[in-house]
Design a protein around this ligand. Structure first.
Ligand code: ATP
Length: 140
């Protein structure tokens, strides 16, 4: 069954999620404030729109309420990321995944009810460190 996703913020991280979900046949609504980014995803995502996700009215107009899982991949603007997450939570989104910039950001996101908080650089660093250790064990 096709599932519906929305990706807010189409930087390297959000963009990569959007591409993968779309290539797996999922319905994806891609959102960014930058026209160039949105144009890049016009032929990849099911829908790509220029919008500011911190605007509650805009989120409602986009019908975000009907989406199963929203990924917030807003980069450096921690305030916008927190505000967007809070509004998605208030709108009753079932699953919210958010990219955290630092530990403080992560703590706030957990507190306001983000279902999954990811820290891609740190998480990937950990994963690679563990894979280096296991490969070393196998080599010896
Ligand atoms: P990376 O490219 O490594 O993923 P990043 O996570 O810091 O880095 P950015 O390149 O900063 O990501 O991308 C974040 C994206 O989020 C940008 O394309 C930016 O335009 C978008 N963005 C920022 N604020 C908003 C907002 N309020 N609503 C929608 N999109 C936003």
């Amino acid at each position: 069954m096709k599932r519906e996703f929305a990706v807010i913020g189409l930087g390297r991280f959000g963009g990569s999620i959007c591409r993968e979900l779309s290539s797996e046949g999922m319905e994806v609504l891609a959102i960014d404030t930058e026209e160039d980014k949105v144009n890049e995803f016009k032929n990849i995502a099911s829908h790509a729109v220029i919008a500011d996700a911190t605007d509650e009215k805009v989120l409602k107009e986009l019908g975000i309420r009907n989406i199963d899982h929203v990924i917030v991949a807003i980069g450096d603007n921690i305030q916008a990321s927190i505000l967007t997450t809070l509004m998605l939570k208030e709108l009753g989104i079932k699953k919210i995944t958010v990219k955290a910039q630092n530990d403080y950001h992560e703590k706030v996101l957990n507190k306001i009810g983000a279902d999954q908080v990811v820290h891609p650089e740190r998480d990937m660093g950990k994963r690679i460190a563990h894979s280096i250790i296991s490969n070393n064990i196998l080599d010896h």
